[in-house]
Ligand binder design. Structure first.
Ligand code: PAD
Ligand code: ZN
Ligand code: ZN
Length: 375
């Protein structure tokens, strides 16, 4: 029996309050309106950014269905949709590509102005939500909301992918992998023979390492306070790894010494103010490029001397690795299918959606890289 045009009742993980476990609830998912798509999700990754919301570091309206690293199939489409049809394999993307705004028209930019990150409303593009639970409207999260059996997204926030791609793997192309890989290739533009420093060796930092290696970096120094992350970092291309806790002096000094003073590219993939500064300071004062990837607490500001940039450093940042989502995500899936990068190695755990709070515990305890929730 077709569900098109009807409200679907299904399971979803709802965040009602900050710093509380997610609650598995029965939610109602309304049918898609014009230019919207309802998706049956099959798998979703758990990203550090979801955790930042729960901790109150990344603002989005509550109550909310989090999750933004998902893959699934189109269940039904609203009027006017041409990008996909029911049955298509898709990835919802947390940065849209509307194709019409000044950013989408700029070949060198990707942060579409119709994103729901800068001033999050927690809604569809029309300002309303498609989720209700216990009679209350539930917000969407950065245009995706993948911690649910079904979600509704706008046409500008969905890409069609190869139907043969395994959803429980390529869901990571929806955020973590793409963010790190693109930060190395598109944002830093890592050069062959260069020396790179990657601070934070979670799913994002390890994806930076994959990108640095693909770009031909000669040295890739991984930095993390959790030494359990070192083995995988080395498997993926780190040439050495250090923990700041093993040194008396500041880690930027250690990194400068290790590299003979020549860190060409540095990446912050933790989401802290102090590590953002460490990344900036460790790169070469005249030609170093430092990329901010981690999302620091929204309330914190950084104080730094302009001299750090006057000498020639470049300081950059990017969401989703600077990829234009509609143009690039399907190609990244094709590259995965052609074995061009070792995405599977980022996956350390697989759990059913019901065990989502265990997935966050594994992340907090530093035991997981990426947990995939099967839906
Ligand atoms: P994660 O929690 O899996 O990884 C963070 C890593 O940092 C862990 O291995 C920690 O042990 C390590 N760490 C913590 N403190 C320190 C420290 N003081 N020095 C060195 N290492 C430390 O998260 P993730 O890899 O999923 O995400 C990393 C960040 O990237 C996080 O802030 C997330 O919000 C952000 C992110 N940004 C984008 C984007 O588009 N810019 C996308 C996805 C994630
Ligand atoms: Zn993410
Ligand atoms: Zn746009």
């Amino acid at each position: 029996m077709s569900t098109a045009g009807k409200v679907i009742k299904c399971r979803a993980a709802v965040l009602w309050e900050l710093n509380k476990p997610l609650s598995i609830e029965e939610v109602e998912v309304a049918p898609p309106k014009a230019y919207e798509i309802r998706i049956k999700l099959l798998a979703t990754g758990v990203c550090g950014s979801d955790d930042h919301v729960i901790a109150g570091h990344f603002f989005t309206p509550l109550p909310v269905i989090l999750g933004h690293e998902g893959a699934g199939i189109v269940e039904s489409i609203g009027k006017g949709v041409t990008a996909v049809k029911p049955g298509d394999a898709v990835i919802p993307v947390c940065i849209p590509q509307c194709g019409k705004c000044v950013v989408c028209k700029n070949p060198n930019a990707s942060f579409c102005m119709r994103n729901d990150v800068t001033n999050p409303r927690g809604t569809m593009q029309d300002g309303t939500t498609r989720f209700t639970c216990r009679g209350k409207p539930i917000h969407h999260f950065i245009s995706t909301s993948t911690f649910s059996e079904y979600t509704v997204v706008d046409e500008i926030s969905i890409v069609k992918i190869d139907a043969a791609a395994p959803p429980e793997k390529v869901c990571l192309i929806g955020c973590g992998f793409t963010t790190g890989y693109g930060s190395a290739l598109n944002i830093a533009k890592v050069t062959p023979g260069s020396t790179c420093v990657v601070i934070g060796l979670g799913g994002v930092g390890l994806s930076v390492i994959i990108g640095c290696k693909a770009a031909g970096a000669a040295r890739i120094i991984g930095v993390d306070i959790n030494k359990r992350k070192f083995t995988k970092a080395k498997e993926l291309g780190a040439t050495e790894c250090v923990s700041p806790q093993d040194f008396q002096k500041p880690i930027e000094e250690v990194l400068k010494e290790m590299s003979g003073g020549v860190v060409d590219f540095s990446f912050e993939a933790v989401g802290r103010i102090d590590t953002v500064l460490q990344a900036l300071l460790c790169c070469h004062e005249a030609f170093g490029v430092s990329v901010i990837i981690g999302v620091p607490p929204g309330s914190e500001n950084l104080s730094m001397s302009p001299m750090l940039l006057l000498t020639g450093r470049t300081w950059k940042g990017a969401i989703l690795g600077g990829f234009k989502t509609k143009d690039c995500v399907p190609k990244l899936v094709d590259d995965y299918m052609a074995n061009k990068f070792p995405l599977d190695q980022l996956i350390t755990h697989v759990l059913p959606l019901e065990q989502i709070n265990e997935a966050f515990d594994l992340l907090h305890d530093g035991k997981s890289i990426r947990t995939i929730l099967t839906i």
